[in-house]
Design a protein. Structure first.
Length: 162
């Protein structure tokens, strides 16, 4: 195995909030509630960003994009992901694959998975076959099962600079 292969893990969670749009992987999902956060609270983009940064040995998303930065209020998280990846790509990193799983009770994400996958692939400038987005419930257990919020775990496999 190549010593240039590196794995990173990302995680994010947000509470649901009334009066907010639900944005996941840059795609607006029809929902009565969105996720609370300083940016658009796109927890898929946040988790994927952290997974990429971790694989490349970088800082976490909070250091790169602090939640107290007023210029990031309402920011598009998929755009922040694109910017973070552009920096890593310029340093010679390439994506082998990215896998994200959203944990939430509702709404159902199956009808939106292809669009989310395409949006992430576009932000990362890779073929959609290198990106997966999946969803799971917790069968009514915990904060996600009670509908209080949602979470996402992401894994990224990168190949390092030559």
């Amino acid at each position: 195995m190549s010593e240039r292969l590196r794995v990173g893990i990302g995680f994010d969670a947000h509470a649901f909030a009334d009066g907010r749009r639900l944005v996941l992987a840059g795609v607006e999902i029809p929902s009565a509630r969105g996720l609370a956060g300083h940016s658009d609270a796109d927890l898929i983009s946040h988790a994927v960003t952290d997974a990429l940064l971790g694989a490349a040995g970088g800082a976490d998303i909070g250091e790169l994009y602090p939640s107290d930065d007023p210029t990031l209020e309402g920011a598009s998280s998929v755009e922040l992901l694109r910017r973070a990846w552009a920096t890593l790509s310029e340093r010679g990193w390439s994506i082998v694959n990215v896998d994200a799983i959203v944990i939430m009770q509702e709404p159902r994400l199956a009808p939106h998975r292809a669009a989310m996958r395409d949006a992430l692939a576009a932000a990362l400038s890779v073929d959609r076959e290198r990106v997966t987005v999946r969803a799971s419930t917790t069968d009514l257990l915990g904060f996600t099962g009670r509908g209080e919020g949602a979470a996402c775990q992401a894994v990224a496999l990168l190949e390092g600079p030559q």
